[in-house]
Design a protein around this ligand. Structure first.
Ligand SMILES: CCCCCCC/C=C/C(=O)SCCNC(=O)CCNC(=O)[C@H](O)C(C)(C)COP(=O)(O)OP(=O)(O)OC[C@H]1O[C@@H](n2cnc3c(N)ncnc32)[C@H](O)[C@@H]1OP(=O)(O)O
Length: 674
């Protein structure tokens, strides 16, 4: 389980041999202990290298051994013996160094890592603490704030980040063991005291309380998020109807209409939930492609979870009449109002009485669709997020005539599909996309004023979003928003006159996104967007000098002078305008609670979970601060209405900024007055 060999004359090489990931089983611990003893007692050995077999250092303690009767040597004295060794011990880390594996590396005097290694202390994800020295050694090596973050999140980090933090001494792209052996030879005979991490003083931080408070805030945000996920199930509508007064109908058979990307994902999610599906697509070619795609996705999913695929539940048809006897239809045709209206007329005529008619629209007015049917009370929105079989969020949208029973049925079906469903009102963009609008708008204004896509994205990614706004737009396709802006009469071609106007209907408007689209830059799908991707469909974003030139020319034409913009301003303008829109939504009653908004943002829009969601974050920052900053930005940008603090924000601040769970009382008062 651990083998000692001799290399380069004086190096004792201890190789952990417990495939596949060299966990520290009793036999492995015994093996390390005996090999260390042998190496330290052998006068020919002047240094030791510890590595793992098959390109993996060590995935930590053997989780299967956890229990009341752990046998074999304890890990703590074992790692102590390594640290006090009087010959340099070098860890040659590749693959993974996790949990006890990283703790083993921390007791070595030097750490050499391959560039592709992942390191971390994931014990928290198993309900444990890094009990083999991690909590003591890591802060002494990389400081308290970074250690707290790694220990409390269990996050795996790359070798590059480990090097930056000082967790490893050197990163190599070549053979790790060779590099470690060479390194060991170079430090033979050198004093080791300074290399023993446990002997170092624990760093003193003047603001230790603030550091711990920040960690506690994260914990509070995660706990809030836990309860918020459950709270959204207790939905209510402005009419007073709610989850506990409305009964869902059973849905045994559902239809999906339109088998593009969304329709396919919804079909997969329904089949996986055990619902029998009629999948309808009028174009024969698209139908065949969809059938293969759905089959492959279900097969892959079944393999991963070790269950049999649910393909037998699905029948395919190119005839809309096939939906005649289903309990519920989810329409997922192109996002075009007149097309969807026609589809709803047809559905209303074809479906058996009582069939629920749902639309997967992300932006169109649900009431317009409902008005095309005989029974508008049976129409609701089921707004899935791509890929629909993966993304957890579902917005269930009620229109002015949707019945509580219809909402209850869609919510229940969402739950059955494993979604976190949130009931929201029918406003433009519903909750999620409506709040995205001012966020994206601000990011464009920041570019006009001197920022770059890189600067804006960096600020947002460091805040915790998996992708900044520009990388996200490139991924989802810039043409989608362009089409909507054209329909709204906002996007006007710049034309040969070169005339650019920044006002539309009295509000500031940035045509930058439209200009990119006019150049055929739709994002990843065309290989060019705010970044360049090498080829259509490419995924790796690289800075594009074309965009920098465009921004410079654009500013020059409009007489705008670029000024330095810092990350704080990016965050305040993008996030506070989004928060303000969320508060407007609450004020207008399109979301019934701040938890609804937070869950939508965490599960549908990549808002970092440890920051709770936009509403929770606002209360953490301080509502008075958010108000003051919005007031400040609105004063200098009076033509940007999304920066004007909404009534609810002012009211909340005037009421002493109560915690999120108390906002409802104030929201209700404002709604009653409206
Ligand atoms: C006895 C007293 C000791 C006290 C020590 C106290 C402090 C230490 C605590 C710990 O170390 S807790 C463990 C911390 N480590 C982890 O949580 C790592 C878990 N593993 C992974 O994240 C991944 O497996 C990996 C290492 C990143 C590799 O991923 P990959 O996708 O390549 O392979 P997998 O399919 O996930 O794993 C292969 C195989 O190995 C089994 N396995 C992985 N890790 C462990 C483990 N720590 N203990 C036991 N078994 C492990 C995994 O189940 C797979 O097995 P099979 O399913 O194929 O049988």
């Amino acid at each position: 389980m651990a083998q000692l060999s001799y290399v380069s004359g004086s190096v004792g090489l201890i190789t952990l041999q417990n495939p596949p990931v060299n966990v520290l089983s009793a036999a492995t611990r015994q093996g390390i202990m005996e090999s260390m003893k042998k190496a330290l007692n052998d006068p020919k050995v002047k240094s030791v290298v510890i590595c793992g077999q098959n390109g993996v250092f060590c995935a930590g303690a053997d989780i299967k051994e956890f229990g009341p009767n752990i046998s074999g040597p304890s890990i703590v004295p074992l790692i102590y013996d390594i640290e006090v060794a009087n010959k340099p011990v070098v860890a040659a880390i590749e693959g993974s160094a996790l949990g006890g594996g990283l703790e083993l590396a921390l007791t070595c005097h030097y750490r050499i890592a391959h560039s592709k290694t992942r390191l971390g202390l994931p014990e928290v994800t198993l309900g444990l603490l890094p009990g083999a020295g991690g909590t003591q050694l890591l802060p002494r090596l990389i400081g308290i704030p970074a250690s707290l973050e790694l220990i409390t999140t269990g996050r795996h980090i790359t070798a590059a980040e480990a090097l930056q933090l000082g967790l490893v001494d050197h990163v190599t792209q070549s053979d790790t063991v060779d590099s470690a052996v060479k390194f060991a030879l170079s430090v033979e005979g050198e004093p080791l005291d300074s290399r023993r991490i446990s002997k170092r003083p624990c760093p003193h931080l003047p603001d230790l309380d603030a550091v711990f408070e920040a960690v506690m805030q994260k914990a509070r945000a995660l706990q809030y998020s836990f309860f918020a996920q459950r709270a959204v199930g207790r939905w209510s509508m402005p009419s007073g109807a709610s989850w506990n007064t409305s009964k869902a109908r059973p849905v045994h058979r559902a239809a999906v209409l339109g088998l593009g990307t969304m329709g396919r994902g919804i079909t997969v999610a329904l089949a996986q939930a055990g619902v029998s599906v009629v999948a309808v697509e009028i174009q024969e070619k698209q139908l065949n492609e969809a059938r293969e795609h759905v089959y492959a996705t279900l097969e892959r999913g079944a393999q991963q979870s070790g269950v049999s695929p649910s393909c037998a539940n699905i029948t395919y048809s190119h005839d809309i009449q096939a939906v005649a006897d289903v309990d519920l239809v989810i329409e997922a045709v192109l996002e075009d109002l007149s097309l969807k209206e026609k589809v709803f007329q047809q559905l209303s005529a074809i479906c058996k009485p009582g069939t629920l008619l749902c639309s997967n629209t992300s932006s169109l007015d649900l009431n317009c669709l409902a008005s095309q049917t005989k029974n508008p009370e049976l129409v609701v929105g089921m707004h899935f997020f791509a890929p629909a079989h993966v993304m957890k969020l579902l917005e269930v949208v009620y229109g002015s005539k949707s019945s509580p029973e219809a909402v209850a049925t869609a919510m229940q079906l969402g739950k059955k599909m494993g979604k976190i469903s949130v009931a929201v009102g029918n406003c433009r963009g519903f909750v999620g996309n409506r709040m995205l609008k001012p966020y994206i708008e601000q990011s464009y204004f920041l570019l006009e004023e001197g920022a770059t896509p890189e600067l804006v994205d960096k600020a947002l990614e460091e805040f915790g979003f998996p992708m900044g706004v520009f990388r996200m737009s490139d991924l989802s396709g810039l043409d989608v928003g362009w089409r909507v802006r054209k329909e709204d009469g906002l996007a006007e071609p710049v034309g040969t006159s070169g005339q650019i106007t920044r006002l539309r209907g009295g509000r500031r408007y940035s045509p930058l996104g439209d200009i990119l689209c006019e150049h055929g830059r739709f994002g990843q799908k065309t290989g060019l967007g705010w970044y360049q991707y090498g080829r259509p469909g490419g995924r790796v974003a690289k800075s594009d000098p074309w965009v920098f030139n465009l921004l410079e020319e654009y500013r020059a034409r409009l007489g705008l002078t670029a000024r330095p913009i810092d990350q704080q301003e990016v965050l305040e303008r993008c996030l506070y305008s989004l928060i303000n829109e969320g508060l407007c939504i609450l004020e207008e009653g399109f979301a019934s609670s701040p938890e609804d908004i937070d869950v939508i943002y965490v599960f549908g829009y990549g808002w970092p979970k440890h920051r709770g969601g936009p509403m929770f974050y606002a209360s953490m920052v301080g509502l008075a601060t958010v108000l003051e900053r919005l007031d400040h930005y609105y004063r200098s940008n009076p033509d940007v209405p999304s920066l004007k603090p909404c009534k609810l924000l002012r009211q909340l601040v005037a009421s002493g900024s109560p915690p999120v769970h108390k906002w409802k009382e104030i929201t209700k008062k404002i709604q009653n007055r409206l």
